[in-house]
Design a protein around this ligand. Structure first.
Ligand code: PYC
Length: 312
């Protein structure tokens, strides 16, 4: 196994991304879902060493670059976090685009990327912001009722935006970072209740993201959210796949039109600008615009003598 990984760190509206730009074992699988499965099967200790303590922490999202699989794409990307692998990740895609720009590999304008959830494109604007044209998002169920210990009977929508989400009103829970412990325990209880009740996405896909929403603090934003990611951490950004899922639910409710802007505020106060750019059957095609900043360029060392080289 390789001894070094070359990474570039960034954050997108407060949510960190660690992009692996070199050193990861070469993919032998042909398409992006198979490459993700291959990483899970053969290289998972490296994911843990990349993201977990003592080298990282549970909030880090990894983006491992591979050669592209489709004509015209600049790279393939497999996303991962403290718990495993993500189908798609918008905040990390914004981080990848700024990283490729930082490395001099791309300039302003449109780039295409291959992900396990499908191809996406991203537009790097002159002001440094990035618009991700995400995979198709769909809302598969409205007002699903659920008994949640400690919360009682709640209702929420099931929607896909590159990952599966349960979206519910925050009710009496304050959407403030100082209240993160209570928000984490409520959203984890919802995730467990969904599992117990057998409520899933299409084809039995687990709903591993839970999004609570409420009124925005910023006068120009439409709503504020708190998003539990798979694993232990919550998203510091407004969560781009979650905003895509929210757009699908809003569209299904007739509360947003094609081309209308939706400003989604995250728990740390950052904002993503969302928009349904077009429709595709029952799905919406979401655009999400946000900002990322490169914070570090580093070489990670995996010393064979280090008992914690693959994470705690
Ligand atoms: O921005 O899509 C996103 C995301 C998913 C998990 C963390 N961030």
């Amino acid at each position: 196994m390789t001894g070094w990984l070359h990474v570039v760190d960034s954050h997108t509206e407060g949510e960190p991304t660690r992009v692996v730009v070199a050193g990861w074992p070469s993919a032998t699988a042909g398409d992006m879902p198979s490459r993700r499965d291959e990483m899970r099967l053969l290289h998972d200790p490296l994911r843990r060493g990349l993201l977990l303590e003592p080298r990282g922490n549970e909030t880090l999202v990894g983006a491992i670059l591979t050669p592209p699989v489709s004509a015209g794409a600049v790279a393939g990307v497999v996303f991962c976090n403290d718990a495993g692998y993500l189908g798609m990740c918008v905040h990390a895609t914004i981080g990848v685009v700024r990283t490729l720009e930082f490395l001099g590999r791309i300039g302003l304008g449109l780039v295409h990327l291959d992900t396990p959830a499908g191809p996406v494109s991203a537009d790097l604007h002159r002001d440094g912001s990035v618009t991700v044209s995400n995979v198709a998002a769909r809302c598969t169920a409205l007002d699903v009722e659920l008994d949640v210990p400690g919360l009682g009977r709640i209702a929420g929508d099931v929607a896909y935006g590159g990952n599966w989400f349960f979206l519910a009103d925050a009710g009496g829970l304050r959407l403030e970072r100082e209240n993160a412990a209570a928000l984490l325990s409520a959203t984890k209880a919802i995730r467990s209740a969904l599992e117990r009740a057998g409520i899933t996405g299409d084809d039995g896909a687990p709903i591993d993201h839970v999004e609570l929403f409420g009124p925005a603090r910023r006068a120009d934003a439409d709503a504020r959210n708190f998003v539990l990611c798979p694993g232990a951490a919550y998203d510091r950004s407004p969560c781009g796949t979650g905003t895509s899922a929210k757009l699908a639910a809003l569209y299904r409710r007739g509360r947003i039109a094609v081309g209308q802007r939706w400003l989604q505020e995250g728990i740390a106060g950052g904002v993503f600008e969302g928009c349904v750019r077009a429709l595709e059957g029952d799905s919406v095609l979401p655009d999400i615009r946000g900002r990322a900043y490169v914070t570090a360029k580093a070489t990670l060392r995996f010393d064979p003598a280090d008992p914690y080289r693959f994470g705690l």
